[in-house]
Design a protein around this ligand. Structure first.
Ligand code: SF4
Length: 223
């Protein structure tokens, strides 16, 4: 995909959704951090069902620490891997209180030193909580970047670096959300919705499922 096509791709995604954002519900960088940790191998919808009560009971790292492991689990037991996530969250809260004054650090290395926080989560926090032009590559973005030819790569780090080179600067801040939403709802893993895809003519995927045009479909049924 050349530079003109990449610009056209993001222009269309922006026109369709001028202010994209995460589907996770949160009211502070800390709450976003906890929601993102909880969302690993779980759906945003499932996380959003659990977090309102949790954040009401424990809106800060100190308050969450005070819940203790059993107390925290009561709020998140509907979410997959909740035992491990509870331990990681409490250790993260302890480090936030002891090393960062109860605040989420705006620093990649400090974020990645928190349990349950890898490069992808750090990118989400830096982007969505702090407005930095990072691009977190999850399974949806990895698939989309490779299928379309936008930023091919063998692993998530390769794709992240390729995206940072490929995405024009004016689109970099929101690229993560445009791509994740397009991958989640349009360019789905098993049956991508190519016939309704607004970037289909730019996409280089050789197995697009465009479906038969209506007239051809009717002619085929009559034959
Ligand atoms: S045309 Fe199909 S494969 Fe290409 S981005 Fe759109 S949905 Fe995905």
């Amino acid at each position: 995909m050349n530079a003109r096509q990449r610009r056209a791709l993001f222009t269309r995604l922006r026109e369709a959704n001028p202010r994209p954002t995460t589907e996770l519900e949160y009211a502070s960088p800390f709450q976003l951090l906890i929601a993102v940790i909880l969302s690993a191998q779980a759906t945003d919808k499932g996380v959003n069902k659990a977090t309102p009560a949790l954040f009401r009971a424990a809106p800060t790292p100190a308050a969450m620490l005070a819940l203790g492991e059993d107390g925290l689990k009561q709020y998140i037991k509907t979410i997959g891997l909740f035992n491990t996530k509870a331990r990681n969250i409490l250790e993260t809260c302890r480090l936030l209180v002891e090393k960062h004054g109860g605040e989420v650090p705006r620093d990649r290395a400090a974020l990645e030193a928190l349990p349950g926080v890898g490069r992808k989560t750090a990118n989400v926090i830096l982007n969505t909580a702090f407005g930095e032009p990072t691009i977190a590559v999850d399974t949806h973005i990895f698939r989309l970047a490779n299928r379309t030819g936008l930023a091919p790569g063998k692993n998530v780090l390769e794709v992240e670096k390729a995206l940072l080179r490929a995405v024009p600067p004016e689109f970099r801040q929101d690229a993560h959300h445009w791509l994740i939403l397009h991958g989640r709802y349009v360019c789905t893993a098993r049956r991508p919705h190519c016939a309704e895809c607004i970037i289909a003519d730019l996409c280089e995927y050789p197995h697009k499922e465009m479906g038969a045009p209506a007239a051809v479909g009717r002619a085929a049924r009559r034959a």
